[in-house]
Design a protein around this ligand. Sequence first.
Ligand code: MG
Length: 213
Amino acid sequence: MPAAPVRFLVVLDADSTLIRNEVIELIADEAGRGPEVAAATEAAMRGEVDFATSLRSRVEVLAGVPVTAFARVLARIEPTPGVHELIDAVHDRGGAVGVVSGGFHEILDTIAPRLGVDVWRANRLATADEALSGLVDGDIVDAAGKAQALGEWAAERGVALSRTIAIGDGANDLLMMAAAGLGVAFNAKPAVRAQADVVVGPVDLSEIIPLLP
Ligand SMILES: [Mg+2]
């Protein structure tokens, strides 16, 4: 079914933007490797290493985690304060909300519809015998993949790029922030703050409502 036309499009990153957590760290906790993966994720979000290479090596650490662990991970997810207010405000004003994540469909497919997100895209974790194999399934959603998702979702809904807003915290959000009409650094790393059109400091997504068209 083709997407209905909307007035504008807001695209959020997932980890540390839509939600307070970094999901890969929560899954790594299930493998007893949380701190090591957290350090590697932090470096990737600061833009110090290539995202796709970093993601592949971090996902290798997850090998052997049973898929039943996703229920425990989901229970630990904390939506970011203000997320319901922001999403309601976008819908009230005739806009659509997308989420694009360097994290994983296995978690986002539950979280995104609960929060009222209209469209989302993320990476997929390969499994074998009901456990993670340590590989990413398919193409990796990296910085270019995020910008591509924003462009596709806008085109599908008849929205000019000038009427898109991209919100993120990490270095892999910079390309979609540059492609969007407005790039918002939220809860963001220094390199992201430096290149954003707008910096939102408080970790409260309702702070973005006044920026909506
Ligand atoms: Mg993030």
